[in-house]
Design a protein around this ligand. Structure first.
Ligand code: SF4
Ligand code: SF4
Length: 398
């Protein structure tokens, strides 16, 4: 056995019975055994046992994992892949150092949520007002991505309480970095929908990143600091449940914050009270991308999204064959692995095109970013929207 300071839980890895089922759902699989869960677990075991060194070849295979956790979702033997890989990446970071993109990406998430960062994002948003909503951005890998520009109203919802007319309960809205900085309108849509259901919505003043990106990169120290900060901030408010419109934040709050909270995707709350709201479309066809972390990390049943969409009068819902496959974003993964990401993204866009839908809806701001980038890159005419935005627009008042 190798003497590493960080232990990879081999007992969890050894639950793998090598059935290979996870290969069929893995967005990073490209023909090599080390490019999906079974092979990555085997590499981790060999590293821990000292049979192979932890070198850049192993790191490459591990870095190619999108941490979508679809392997966990299909695994018949309940292998908690995530728990092993957080530790494997922590070890990798300590032994080999962190790559530049991870350091810069995670650092910028921290900066955006700082006092100076918040001001700077607002100023950038005002300056960028005349630019198109997605800006063609060169990436360090040499490829390009259509990135959203910061909103002029970045962090505009923070520290406010949005009261329902007849309040039945209070929700704490954990907005998440992408809604705070880029997609403030989606935040407003969630609030409008929740208020219509009778929930008063509290947006805390000073929550920071949920820490999931740090945790999935094995930076457990940074995650613990963010968690401690967020718990302290959230404890200042009285609320009955937490609502999210980003399943990665939701997953972290459920699995890693150690509290007995009720954490709900906004669509689950609409579904729960499905008769209360009326939606009317304009004779459009809708299709949906199910974000991986909604059914892996948050355990939301994907049919909830479809049943909510089917409540919209005068709109048709068409299911895409690959609705539940990864969109190829996975945060920094798409920047670190642009070829793999674009391959997955192209397959998704081609699949959505076959539905003939006017709108591709989804419930994660990261997936919105990736799919908008995809429709631009692969010349699709479909419009991508967060489900909350579509529903808030289709909501019939009163
Ligand atoms: S599905 Fe589970 S048990 Fe089967 S190879 Fe993958 S990780 Fe191992
Ligand atoms: S987390 Fe996703 S990308 Fe990583 S091995 Fe599992 S299915 Fe593949």
């Amino acid at each position: 056995m190798s003497e590493f300071k960080i232990e990879i839980p081999l007992d969890v890895a050894q639950k793998c019975v090598k059935c290979g089922l996870c290969k069929s759902v893995c967005p990073s699989y490209h023909g090599e055994e080390g490019s999906y869960a079974r092979g990555r677990l085997a590499l981790a075991e060999m590293v821990v046992k000292g049979e192979i060194p932890l070198n850049s070849d192993v790191a490459q295979q591990w870095n190619e994992c999108a941490m979508c956790r679809r392997c966990e979702w299909v695994c018949p033997n309940d292998v908690h892949y995530r728990d092993i890989f957080i530790k494997a990446r922590e070890l990798q970071g300590k032994e080999l150092g962190r790559d530049l993109i991870s350091r810069a990406g995670l650092g910028s998430l921290n900066f955006m949520q700082s006092g100076v960062g918040r001001k700077l994002m607002k100023i950038s948003g005002r300056i960028a007002k005349l630019l198109p909503s997605e800006i063609k951005t060169p990436l360090p890998s040499g490829s390009v991505k259509f990135m959203p520009k910061p909103s002029a109203e970045a962090f505009g919802l923070r520290g406010k309480v949005f009261k329902a007319k007849e309040e039945k309960a209070k929700l704490l809205f954990f907005t998440g970095c992408m809604i705070d900085v880029f997609y403030g309108k989606t935040g407003e849509s969630v609030i409008k929908l929740m208020n219509s259901l009778g929930y008063t919505v509290i947006v805390p003043e000073d929550i920071k990143c949920c820490g999931a990106p740090h945790l999935y990169h094995g930076n457990t120290e940074a995650f613990e600091k963010l968690k401690e900060h967020n718990l302290k901030e959230m404890d200042r408010y009285e609320f009955d449940a937490i609502v999210v419109a980003c399943p990665t934040c939701g997953g972290a709050l459920i699995e890693d914050y150690g509290r007995d909270w009720e954490v709900r995707d906004f669509a689950e709350l609409i579904f729960k009270d499905t008769e209360k709201l009326k939606f009317k479309g304009a004779n459009e066809k809708l299709t949906f991308h199910v974000p991986c972390h909604s059914y892996t990390a948050m355990s939301v049943n994907p049919s909830v999204f479809y049943l909510v969409m089917e409540r919209v009068e005068n709109a048709e819902v068409v299911k895409a064959d690959k609705a539940q496959s990864c969109c190829g974003f996975a945060g920094l993964w798409s920047i670190k692995n642009p070829k793999l990401s674009e391959k997955v993204q192209m397959e998704k866009i081609e699949d959505f095109n076959t539905t003939g839908a006017d709108y591709i809806l989804t419930s994660c701001p990261g997936c919105v970013l990736q799919l908008r980038d995809g429709v631009r890159k692969f010349d699709s005419s479909q419009e991508v929207k967060h489900l909350a935005d579509y529903l808030a627009e289709a909501l019939e008042e009163g």
